[in-house]
Design a protein around this ligand. Structure first.
Ligand code: ADP
Length: 529
């Protein structure tokens, strides 16, 4: 009997490996940070060989810590930072340049060009994405255009492209397998999420030869086995999903209307919408969700400044010394005394979309004390999340059934209770907050029969705490109306720029970390811990 499933969790700042047992319990965990490269302002790179070696070393370490060999591992599941782009030589396995990380803004102009070419709606219709430099398409095109000899080699079929999942699987199998899963494919901005194929029109538009692209497979299924040289035996690689989709799966959001929110530096909300892709009317992204059967979809939105607002209180304003202290202060007062903070430091994201917005505080009186201010900051994270939830409900016609939460700031009980109150729904916090890795493990484990199906893994759910709504309807409506009014103030400030500022602001904006056309669903990296 194989005892464990291995999850490889390849994130933006570190590579991690967790071994899980059948009950979803962590047996061992190893983690290694790797270097970030910032060669120019706004550029972010990783060395693909460091990604690979750090990932391999944590896998070996986690196995050693648990005292197991390859024979004890039923399967490997992979979850990864999404959109990050790697191009390598098929013969040598050597990358042609560093990985271009999702945060990298070097291709922002290319996306402006795409809009000017009238392609934005086409991209939206085919891929479900709001065109942005975050996604892989313009990054691959950049490599072909800027790395010496790359285009000729690509056209001769000598280069391979992959997101990080693909790169790891290629290396684990010593170049025998070149695949990706549907969730990762859906973040490249080249994959047609309705026809489930690489889109010929988009490939042509970006001048990317199809021969570079990996085969797209379901998120749960056998991709290949590890070469014995890597982990001491042939272990099936049987699951992969982008980090947010893996977390949705790890939170067991298997039914339409189920939503998870990850409260990290930014917040990432995904709602399962079942087998129907839903085109958002509110600037949300439509994406493929990880599933074990038919293709399923999700709506995705993000809050740019989530836990980053707490970091700002700590490091910028020096109002608190540690993030958890924010809860102590916030609960010393009954409410914010009518103060609302809109922390749109880098613009307003979905569902408002205003790149010129900046942070706004309204409702100050002489009675406003530090406690009220801190409380307003925590509440702002919840209001922003609830605006996304409202948008998802309107787009999907599904009332949110319940909200599953994870991420560092989900430890804050005050925030979670306020989320339940404002969204009028139960907020469920699981005991295992490693939902991303767990999702990858489940996808792989189900593929090899370690777990039978989604019902089987659902039995593993252990809840730390459920927050039930307690706020009365009238107060909820008042608070939400106050938030909406505060956002209108923010929008007014952004839009009423005055004649003399018209010239100045658009140019100044990129330096503030807010690109004019930056409609991406991620926090500005200036706010990353
Ligand atoms: P990331 O993966 O984006 O680095 P994490 O999931 O590690 O984020 O969460 C870290 C974020 O959560 C930080 O922005 C921090 O300020 C915030 N945070 C951590 N603990 C708390 C807490 N108890 N209350 C509020 N915010 C918190």
């Amino acid at each position: 009997m194989k005892r464990y499933v291995m999850a490889l969790d390849q994130g933006t700042t570190s590579s991690r490996c967790i071994l899980f047992d059948r009950s979803g319990r962590e047996i061992s965990k190893a983690q290694k940070e790797f270097r970030q490269y910032y060669p120019h302002s706004g550029w972010v790179e990783h060395n693909p060989l460091e990604i690979w070696s750090s990932q391999l070393s944590v896998a070996v370490e986690a196995m050693a810590m648990a005292g197991v060999t390859a024979a004890d591992i039923a399967a490997i599941g992979i979850t990864n930072q999404r959109e990050t782009t790697i191009v390598w030589n098929r013969k040598t396995g050597q990358p042609v340049c560093n990985a271009i990380v999702w945060q990298c803004r070097r291709t922002a102009d290319r996306i402006e060009q795409l809009r000017a070419d009238g392609m934005a709606q086409t991209v939206r219709d085919k891929t479900g994405l709001v065109p942005d430099a975050y996604f892989s398409a313009s990054k691959i095109a950049w490599i072909l255009d800027h790395v010496d000899g790359a285009r000729a080699m690509a056209e001769a079929g000598e280069l391979a492209f992959g997101t990080v999942d693909t790169w790891l699987i290629w290396n684990l199998t010593r170049g025998r397998v070149h695949v990706t899963d549907r969730t990762n494919a859906s973040r490249t901005m080249l994959y047609n999420i309705h026809d489930m194929c690489w889109d010929q029109g988009l490939l042509q538009y970006f001048q990317i030869p199809e021969s570079m692209l990996p085969e797209v497979k379901p998120s749960s299924g056998l991709y290949g086995v590890t070469s014995a040289a890597e982990l001491g035996g042939e272990i099936p690689i049987a699951g992969a999903a982008g980090d947010q989709q893996a977390a949705l799966f790890g939170q067991c959001c298997f039914a339409p209307g189920e939503v998870k929110n990850t409260y990290g530096t930014g917040c990432f909300l995904l709602m399962n919408t079942g087998t129907k892709p839903i085109a958002s009317q509110h600037g949300l992204v439509t994406t493929i969700a990880a599933s074990t059967g038919e293709v399923e979809y999700a709506l995705e939105g993000s809050v740019f400044v989530g836990g980053a607002a707490v970091q700002w209180l700590r490091d910028g304003l020096r109002m608190i010394q540690t993030a958890p202290q924010s809860e102590t202060y916030a609960t010393r007062v009954e409410d914010t005394g009518g103060v609302y903070l809109v922390p749109s430091f880098t613009g307003l994201g979905a569902p408002y979309w205003n790149p010129y917005a900046r942070g706004t505080i309204v409702g100050l009186t002489r009675g406003c004390e530090k406690e009220h201010f801190i409380r307003a900051a925590l509440e702002s994270i919840i209001y922003q999340s609830s605006s996304l939830i409202r948008a998802m409900e309107e787009d999907s016609g599904e009332k949110m059934a319940s909200l599953r939460v994870d991420g560092g700031a989900s430890a804050n009980d005050f925030m979670m209770q306020f989320q339940a109150d404002i969204s009028n729904a139960d907020v469920i916090r699981p005991s295992c907050i490693e939902t991303t890795a767990l999702g990858a493990a489940y996808l792989a484990g189900i593929a090899v029969g370690y777990w039978k199906d989604t019902e089987d893994v659902q039995r593993n759910v252990r809840i730390d705490k459920v927050f039930h709504p307690q706020m009365n309807e009238k107060v909820r409506k008042q608070r939400l109306a106050g938030w909406d009014r505060a956002v209108r103030c923010t929008e007014f400030w952004a839009n009423d720029r005055g004649e003399d500022l018209e010239e100045e602001l658009p140019k100044a904006a990129p330096d503030d970390g807010c690109e004019k056309e930056s409609l991406g669903a991620v926090p500005d990296d200036g706010y990353t811990d």
